[in-house]
Design a protein around this ligand. Structure first.
Ligand SMILES: [Zn+2]
Length: 424
């Protein structure tokens, strides 16, 4: 009976959590906020809404060194596409443990950008031109707020929160903050980044999610992430990939750029066909998956806050491909002229091979549902075979061209998901 009751309570709890997340995503991705574009009146409205929410959650301001404001304004950065001067505002806060109040420095930072884009890259519906950014990145903001709720009761050291602005213009908000932080980052165990949450990459890949970069905290962080993800594995399959698969794609890359030596975790569903399209809307969000991701991050945050400061042995990603190589050209074609990709690309790990192969196999098995053209199926099949060849060598390590071929396969996978003509 007790077991059944506990079960019912936990089902009820996750239902309430999911309802709160859905409400926040519905607001943030509404047409009236018009993409929450940096420097606009709608972006300012979101800032005020975030500040109100943080105050309600009794979270302390951390946008300035005096800890009197949530806002961290930045300027004098230049949009990498338009070269225009950008003025933006990050929203920063710190959750302190309710019991054992401590003035200790944060052991964890969790961040998600709240800005989105003005002009969509793609439309599925000719009538609709608003880029709502529900998965990118309204759902991520909603997850951070949901994790922050009641966190003070379970953590043992402070946890900092960042809602970055100017991400879509080239990771500008996180770049400005890491150049000149408003609080001490020296005791961080990890930075957790969320970007693109709640999408399905392919039909057949529903309830799959990627956690990227745990190897940057060594075997100890990898083990912890695996344990926390395994507890949720009945709801979502969590694939763990190395930092190479997130490099330059979101705000955690600013940590590498500024040499902060902090282990990085990046939660993402990858791009998929609705990426930067007018169909990145609430109706296309998989909320069951979103609430499972929130649960993994909540559990991880509690564990990380209980560990002593700078607990993990930081492993810096090795940058191996210089600009101007063929892969660089392919990646630039897919991801745009992101400045992080121009400077090089990190080496993947051997375990990435199994994950990429599994994603390929699922996509090929569901080729019909995905309306893949025969030439796309052939391309994916050829690349899968090239990965099987790497695996057959049995080296348990990737050498030279193996790195290159694996990254190329992942880039082409992403490009194929973007070209799908429907929302999976
Ligand atoms: Zn994003």
């Amino acid at each position: 009976m007790k077991q059944i009751l506990l079960g019912l309570i936990s089902v009820g709890f996750s239902f309430i959590v999911q309802a709160g997340i859905k409400e926040d995503v519905t607001y943030l991705a509404s047409d009236k906020l018009n993409g929450r574009v940096t420097g606009t009146a709608e972006n300012l409205e979101v800032q005020n809404w975030l500040i109100q929410r943080l105050k309600e959650l009794k979270i302390r301001p951390a946008g300035n060194t005096a800890k009197t404001s949530f806002q961290y304004p930045f300027a004098n950065s230049y949009d990498f596409k338009t070269q225009e001067k950008i003025h933006g505002t990050n929203i920063m806060g710190i959750v302190y443990p309710r019991k054992n109040w401590t003035e200790e420095k944060p052991h964890l930072l969790i961040g998600a950008h709240y800005d989105h884009i003005a002009t969509c890259w793609k439309k599925f519906d000719a009538e609709d031109s608003i880029c709502n950014g529900a998965a990118d990145n309204a759902a991520a903001v909603a997850v951070v707020l949901s994790v922050a709720q009641n966190l003070a009761d379970s953590i043992q050291s402070p946890v900092a929160l960042a809602f970055w602005d100017g991400e879509e213009s080239g990771l500008l908000g996180s770049d400005a903050f890491l150049k000149e932080p408003s609080f001490d980052l020296s005791q961080l165990n990890a930075y957790i980044n969320l970007d693109i949450i709640g999408l399905n990459l392919y039909a057949g890949l529903e309830n799959h999610h990627m956690i990227i970069g745990s190897e940057t905290g060594g075997a100890k962080l990898e083990k912890l992430v695996k344990e926390m993800a395994d507890q949720e594995s009945s709801k979502v399959t969590y694939h763990r990939l190395s930092y190479a698969f997130g490099h330059g794609r979101s705000d955690m890359s600013s940590f590498i750029r500024h040499g902060l030596n902090v282990p990085l975790l990046f939660f993402s569903d990858g791009d998929g066909p609705v990426y930067h399209s007018s169909s990145d809307e609430v109706k296309n969000i998989n909320f069951d998956k979103v609430s499972s991701i929130a649960e993994v991050i909540r559990k991880l945050s509690i564990q990380l806050s209980k560990m002593s400061a700078s607990e993990f042995e930081y492993r810096q990603p090795t940058i191996f491909i210089d600009k101007g190589t063929f892969l660089q050209i392919v990646l630039t074609k897919i991801f745009g002229t992101n400045h992080m990709l121009k400077t090089g690309f990190p080496v993947p790990t051997y375990s990435d091979l199994d994950v990429v192969m599994e994603l390929y196999e699922k996509a090929i098995q569901n080729a019909e549902r995905n309306k893949l053209k025969p030439e796309s199926v052939k391309k994916l099949t050829d690349l899968l075979n090239s990965m099987k060849e790497i695996k057959a060598k049995g080296n348990k390590k990737l050498f030279g061209m193996d790195n290159y071929n694996l990254l190329k396969a992942a880039a082409i996978f992403t490009a194929t998901t973007r070209e799908l003509t429907f929302v999976p």
